[in-house]
Design a binder for this molecule. Structure first.
Ligand SMILES: [Zn+2]
Length: 328
């Protein structure tokens, strides 16, 4: 760096200005290239192969970006999938990465408020509004758009213990920048889904009458039902943490939320429901295992486009992914 500073001193004013301009162009090109690389990594689920439960964990822990920088890059990458014009605007300097990140966060909030996804053209209008705007002006524009949406929210006050608050903050760190209300809605919806699934499987079979090995229902076909005792055995062994270990980095996944019981030898390949054939797995590693077993082509028919921790019920129905989730 000292040598660089020394050589810069030798440049004329004009040369220094031109060199700086050239670096800015390179930086923008590099940003676009980075977004394209992140997109490909998400498509191939390479973050999961390295032992991370999400793109957010990979970008913060492996690439060492701050949480905010990671959130901006990931949300920009995802938004540019539905609205590729963003890439062009970044390359011409009409849009900064910060503004794209703001737009992505605003779109998410608007979708939560409306209770439905925005269309690509609705997103385009939002992007257009913040094009060629400073970050400060972009924030004002986005706030105005959000303010015009009729809020259907209710005020819900809760008291929380210090331990509870610590857990909320821990969860936010792992999952990214969610607002408290968004986080609560996400957890409630996961919990309700999990309880419904649990209720359905419990209805079908008497727990006490079930052996821990392959279970035959009506003496006809094997059941996916995993007895409570087996689940406890697996959970204790795994210390309530995803058991995936990356063959590339040797890193064990750190995810402790939204864990599922995953068959080592798949259920559809007559894998048993014994503890030795089950591992505790986060959604990302459950999907990775399914892709490695059944092939990407087949799984692409069932898995929706990648999002953080998204679970595909269609995939579960196809018998490729186990849907037995651990209660949060
Ligand atoms: Zn995992």
């Amino acid at each position: 760096m000292d040598n660089l500073n020394y050589s810069l001193k030798k440049l004329s004013k004009q040369q220094l200005l031109e060199a700086t301009l050239s670096l800015v162009k390179k930086e923008k090109a590099c940003t676009l290239e980075l977004i394209a690389h992140l997109e490909e990594i998400e498509d191939r689920r390479l973050y999961a192969e390295l032992g991370y439960s999400s793109m957010f964990a990979y970008v913060t822990k492996y690439l060492n970006y701050s949480e905010n920088e990671a959130q901006i890059r990931i949300s920009s990458m995802r938004l540019s999938r539905s609205n590729p014009e963003i890439k062009n605007k970044i390359s011409t300097g009409e849009l900064s990465l910060t503004n794209v990140g703001l737009a992505a966060a605003s779109i998410k909030r608007q979708e939560n408020t409306k209770g439905e996804k925005l269309t690509s053209s609705e997103k385009s209008k939002i992007i257009e509004t913040i094009t060629n705007k400073s970050t400060r002006d972009a924030k004002i524009e986005l706030e105005a758009i959000e303010g015009s949406i009729t809020l259907k929210k209710q005020v819900y006050k809760i008291e929380i213990s210090e331990k509870g608050l610590q857990m909320v903050n821990e969860l936010k760190k792992t999952m990214g920048n969610y607002q408290d209300s968004e986080l609560l809605e996400l957890l409630l919806s996961e919990k309700i889904q999990s309880l419904q699934q649990q209720k359905q499987s419990e209805k079908k079979i008497e727990p006490e009458a079930v052996p821990s090995e392959m279970i035959m229902r009506d003496n006809k076909k094997p059941s996916r039902y995993i007895p409570k005792k087996v689940k406890e055995e697996v959970r204790t062994r795994a210390k309530s943490r995803c058991e995936y270990v990356s063959p590339i980095t040797g890193l064990r996944c750190e995810e402790v939320h939204r864990l599922e019981y995953d068959h080592v030898i798949p259920f559809s390949f007559f894998g048993s429901n014994s503890a030795s054939n089950l591992i505790l797995s986060c959604p990302a590693h459950n999907k990775l295992r399914a892709i490695n077993t059944f092939g990407k082509e087949k799984m692409d028919q069932y898995l929706k486009s990648s999002t953080l921790g998204e679970h595909s019920d269609r995939a579960a129905k196809c018998g490729c992914i186990d849907i037995d989730r651990k209660n949060l």
